[in-house]
Design a protein around this ligand. Structure first.
Ligand code: ZN
Length: 415
């Protein structure tokens, strides 16, 4: 008998030892912990940021080194409702699901990580009962004020059982961009299974690992983002909880996401063609083998070198560079590339909660978008590259006056 012992990291999904690295990004500050100006003189804590691949269940994950309380402390400033394209995406989802599941006044739609009610508000407009679940008190208050009832808690199997005891049996559970953020993914999916009955549907959206790898989206790796999900990994997690996938849609959001439709194993939903398509794409990319993950580190290093060359060249030429979008992904990128205020003068963001703060680690100041128009920089480095076209359209007046727009992922692109 062979006894395997390990002192190294183990998979949070299946417990297997993790020996395969996707990329090791070294020490990085928490990407969503914006720094108040009075703390400018302090050094932000940095934690190892190392993405590994489980060769048993193919869940890609970062080492669990930061307590959740620290990650989701009062500094957590994300309000979903600030991107126009995201709101359009949410409204289209609401229309589609209302028609497909014939939702009405006797239905119930639950969203997990409902934020400020950005999605559920569209169901409320149609007279469909909703319940939001959102752990951040300050954003939940905004949702409640706009008529979206919200439970201020992390979603767990325990909370799901309490909701069931109160008679809450949803026809639809939605979650977007949260499954990757939960440290105990089995408990989360177990809670979904506890809430579902009959043919009720769970839809979950997450950035697709296949796009992360193909498009070198390494900047979407940060501590708050525990898992990087493929369909192959999600199908295994679902199966463990008594769920199955019956459809998958490919979405353009966040640089290429999947919307996975799940149900109880015994539900009547037939498998639809989108499921087979994505399974085949992942098999072709070898995401169920170590080969699919090889070479990523080298591509990340090349991207970093490209950004450093561009910024150093701009500085030597006396050009000004301002960043647009104080997004978490930008913080991974800037900190990994060692970019500070000597290379990027300041960053602008539409979200008032981030304005007048400093970016974590590099302490680049965040201002309102109007500061960009006052500064008229030579280059605007768009950190959330997934909304590049939207930002360029918003800043068309600057573009007409000679400002150039730059994104760094998957490689430096200037236009
Ligand atoms: Zn595993």
């Amino acid at each position: 008998m062979t006894v395997i012992t390990t002192t190294g990291p183990i998979c949070r999904q299946c417990g297997a030892p993790l020996s395969l690295t996707l990329v090791d990004l070294g020490l990085s500050p928490l990407a969503n912990s914006y720094v108040p100006p009075e703390q400018a003189g302090q050094t932000d804590p940095r934690y190892p940021l190392h993405a590994r691949v489980c060769e048993e269940c193919w869940l890609v994950q970062v080492d669990d080194v930061v307590p959740a309380e620290e990650i989701f402390s009062t500094g957590y400033a994300y309000f979903s409702s600030f991107s126009d394209s995201w709101l359009a995406h949410c409204k289209a989802y609401c229309d589609k699901m209302t028609a497909e599941l014939t939702l009405g006044p006797d239905s119930l739609v639950i969203e997990i990580a409902s934020n400020d009610g950005y999605l559920l508000q569209y169901f409320v407009e149609k007279g469909i009962p909703v319940l939001g679940i959102e752990p951040s008190g300050n954003v939940a208050e905004v949702a409640i004020a706009k008529g979206v009832p919200t439970v201020v808690e992390f979603f767990t199997t325990d909370l799901a059982r309490r909701l069931v005891a109160e008679g809450k049996r949803p026809d639809l559970i939605a979650s977007a961009n949260v499954l990757a953020h939960v440290p105990d993914i089995n408990d989360f999916v177990g809670g979904i299974a506890a809430l579902l009955t009959g043919d009720a549907v769970y839809t979950v959206e997450f950035p697709h690992l296949l796009n992360l790898i193909n498009e070198v989206q390494f900047d979407t790796i940060y501590h708050e983002h525990y898992s990087y999900l493929s369909l192959v990994a999600v199908e295994r997690i679902f199966a463990k909880a008594g769920l199955r996938v019956f459809e998958v849609e490919q979405l353009p959001t966040h640089g290429g996401s999947l919307r996975v439709f799940g149900c109880l194993k015994a539900a009547r939903h037939l498998e639809r063609p989108g499921l087979a398509l994505v399974r085949a794409a992942e098999q072709a990319a070898k995401l169920d083998r170590a080969d699919g993950y090889a070479g990523f580190t080298v591509r990340v290093e090349a991207l970093r070198n490209g950004l450093q060359d561009f910024l150093n060249g701009a500085k030597r030429a006396g050009k000004t560079v301002v960043a647009y979008g104080a997004a978490a992904k930008g913080n991974t990128l800037l900190n990994y590339a060692g970019v500070g205020t000597d290379l990027v003068a300041f960053c602008v963001d539409k979200n008032p909660a981030k304005q007048n703060m400093l970016l974590p680690g590099n302490h680049i100041p965040v201002r309102g978008v109007e500061a960009l128009r006052a500064a008229r920089p030579d280059y605007v480095l768009i950190l959330p590259w997934n909304i590049r076209a939207e930002v360029i359209a918003q800043l068309a007046d600057l573009g007409a006056a000679g400002t150039k727009f730059v994104t760094a992922v998957p490689e430096i692109r200037i236009s």
